[in-house]
Design a protein around this ligand. Sequence first.
Ligand code: FES
Length: 252
Amino acid sequence: MATPVLDKVEADSAASPYITVTFRIRRFNPEISDEAQWQDFQIEIDPKERVLDGLHKIKWDVDGSLTFRRSCAHGICGSDAMRINGKNRLACKTLIKDINPEKPITVEAIKGLTVLKDLVVDMEPFFQAYRDVMPFLITKGNEPTRERLQSAEDRERFDDTTKCILCAACTSSCPVFWNDGQYFGPAAIVNAHRFIFDSRDEAGEQRLEILNDKDGVWRCRTTFNCTDACPRGIEVTKAIQEVKRALITRRY
Ligand code: FES
């Protein structure tokens, strides 16, 4: 007859939530090879955990050379965008159980930006496009003596585009950006939208002219990849369309 202690051990192991999952990660280390290659890692993980947790297990317990960015681990900082099973997602917001853990989970760097190592890309071109649209409030005249007021309706006009966390999931899912890194890309346009439609801002015309460039908003082919990829649920394609319309009508 089993002792109560053994009963407990057996019950605990029967209730174990852990499953074996294969992470198939596209590795690249320019100090070792010019070619990237896929590497499989098998780990035990609770399917209610996230892809980021799996990457941590690999890095901390199996291969410390695995390189990726992450900071907040809660969908705020935008640093861990990557292609998971062929789709841009935040590793910290993607549950293992939601991406069919019975098959290998593929993880690779986002596309269209130079891979520096493993899952880390050079974000500088992305941030340069962001800086180019002047993502800050611009006003004329003297500093006011009290805060600039705005109606709830005026605030609502650009509410959606304030949610951007600059993860680059949208821009690096855009086929135009893949083929021509000169395109401003969805994230820069979203951040221009956030100020163009802000009733307190006075540089809308300047931003529209910046995006009227040959590498600007007209390069968008309305594929909706960006909207699908946004982890914040921003209607990215709609924002781009609104900027295009503002360029034609000069009303915003
Ligand atoms: S780690 Fe900050 S958004 Fe995922």
